[in-house]
Design a protein. Structure first.
Length: 82
């Protein structure tokens, strides 16, 4: 395997930037999938602290929540990688 073709990712079920970013740095993860509810200000804090970190915010599709998901996407589009 050539270096750079695969990068470690972390999956986090946390809602605080500091709790998510610290272990990413310790593990050498270049990306994190955030599962669960995280506030916009925490996503902004993550972007400020670690702008090189790829952040993927998981979205859960349930019944008729497409409008809610659309709003979340609009609010977070500059803070996460879609």
């Amino acid at each position: 395997m050539k270096p750079g073709l695969v990068s470690p990712q972390r999956i986090a079920y946390l809602d605080r930037a500091s709790d998510i970013i610290g272990p990413c740095k310790e593990l050498g993860a270049s990306a994190v999938q955030v599962h669960g509810d995280i506030k916009i200000d925490e996503l902004q804090r993550m972007r400020n602290i670690s702008p090189e970190l790829i952040v993927i915010n998981s979205l859960v599709i349930r019944g008729q929540n497409l409008e809610e998901l659309d709003a979340i996407i609009m609010e977070t589009s500059t803070l996460v990688h879609l």
